[in-house]
Write a protein that binds this ligand. Structure first.
Ligand code: SAM
Length: 286
């Protein structure tokens, strides 16, 4: 791309505490010709706080494709643009991927301006091993999809994390407790960098109790981090006879019903039967 072409700066903004922004981010937000923001009203509050007045354009999940093409044109005209989301690092469960991909394909410079990110903040204070980890974005919205989601991760040996909303945190932990062992270590990181910041590291069973009993633990924004499975915690697999019972039931009923009946018939724990049922269904589809 020619030297007259502008650059896109991907700028991280605070996830709560307004002081969590870098000097460089403030300079860039002042200097660029245009700021592309997920919610222009939201970012105005941040800009006002730092005495920044700059032109804003909206780029959110419903107009991303069209708005991205317009921004590419402006960059080609030589304008420099900052991309910000409502909180934290853009593209991390936030808009911006189509724009960045389009610019990379077109050879336009994309410059990261790093800073706050709820995932990294939560991991850094979690006390769980994070030499390696997997980030899952948001957990699925429906209970059946969540049960499958957790079952598929039951034996994952490394730490994994996901974003959760206040509306679903309780249901999500309840589903997790259907599938994962209750003694698995998890971290609930809530309202990070804000007044009611809470970071609890405990077992899944205790975390569920806490969220069920304390209404405050269901308020705000959440990152949930789950410890990886260890060899010691490896669950025994079900016997071929038990698998036969389950597979016959699966030909007649939904996974949920088949598992419930199989628990009655075999006496095997629900978690193991769920896992086995999902694997049988997967094998059927393959
Ligand atoms: N791009 C952001 C980042 O860098 O973290 C995340 C945006 S995503 C749309 C919003 C979700 O991030 C929230 O629903 C919550 O799960 C998590 N989150 C954002 N701010 C948080 C905070 N202060 N404390 C805990 N979780 C937070």
């Amino acid at each position: 791309m020619s030297s007259e072409c502008g650059k896109l700066y991907v700028v991280a903004t605070p996830i709560g505490n307004l002081a969590d922004i870098t000097f460089r981010a403030i300079e860039i937000l002042k200097q660029v010709d245009l700021i592309a923001a997920e919610d222009t009203r939201h970012v105005k509050m941040l800009l006002q706080h730092y005495g920044i007045s700059n032109k804003l354009i909206s780029l959110h999940q419903h107009n991303e494709d069209k708005a991205s093409a317009g921004l590419l044109e402006k960059l080609r005209e030589g304008l420099s643009i900052a991309l910000v989301s409502d909180a934290g690092t853009p593209l991390l469960s936030d808009p911006g991927m189509p724009l960045v991909k389009m610019l990379k394909d077109a050879g336009v410079d994309v410059v990261p301006v790093p800073g706050a990110c709820a995932l990294i903040a939560a991991l850094s204070a979690s006390g769980l091993p994070i030499t390696q980890f997997v980030f899952e974005g948001f957990s699925p919205r429906t209970s059946s999809a969540r049960l499958a989601f957790f079952s598929e991760r039951l034996m994952r040996p490394i730490t994994w994390a996901f974003y959760e909303s206040s509306h679903r945190v309780q249901a999500s932990l309840q589903d997790m407790a259907e599938v994962l062992p209750l003694d698995r270590q998890i971290v609930i990181a809530r309202e990070l960098t804000k007044l009611h910041e809470t970071i609890v590291k405990t077992t899944l069973g205790e975390a569920l109790k806490l969220v069920e009993q304390d209404a405050n633990m269901r308020k705000g924004e959440f990152v949930v981090i789950v410890d990886g499975a260890t060899i010691d915690k490896k669950e025994p697999i079900i016997t071929p006879e038990q698998e036969k019972v389950l597979s016959v039931l699966l030909t007649e009923c939904s996974i949920k019903t088949a598992v419930a009946l199989a628990v009655e018939i075999t006496g095997v724990r629900k978690k193991l039967l769920y896992q086995a049922a999902l694997e049988l269904e997967k094998a059927k589809d393959a």
